[in-house]
Write a protein that binds this ligand. Sequence first.
Ligand code: HEC
Length: 123
Amino acid sequence: MRVRKWVLAGILFGAGSFSGCKSEVSGPDTGSGPIDSAKTYTYEADVRPIINGNCVSCHGTTSPSGGRSLTTYSQVSAASSKISDRINRNPGDGLLMPNGGPKLSATDLETFSKWVTQGKKEK
Ligand code: HEC
């Protein structure tokens, strides 16, 4: 009994000091959280905000650039390999999207790629 109490106290103390430490080292808010390998990525929660924030200004519903509208799950899902190709190009490559740059953040690129490899879940 006595031993179990100490183990519990140790766990609580450990958790407390971990969260305290985490808030101290967290950097500027980039808008999207760090990559969590155990997480399931979805269009609604993870991919749509990236596309809305970086792509729909040109790829909206009315005369979209390149004839490519990216405003719905089915459009983004169907175009995922073209999107992967364009967002992963090097700056200076005229085909990089967003057109004219800057390149998406490493977190956004990894989020998109994880979403594809996890089977492009809608929600
Ligand atoms: C400033 C306007 C602009 C922004 C922002 C933009 N694009 Fe584009 N996009 C274009 C133009 C113009 C074309 C057509 C020329 C070309 O293919 O490079 C195009 C073409 C494309 C194509 C090829 C179309 C096809 O059907 O083959 C894809 C895929 C694409 N964009 C994806 C994206 C994604 C994903 C984003 C956001 C990360 C994005 N674009 C942001 C202007 C833009």
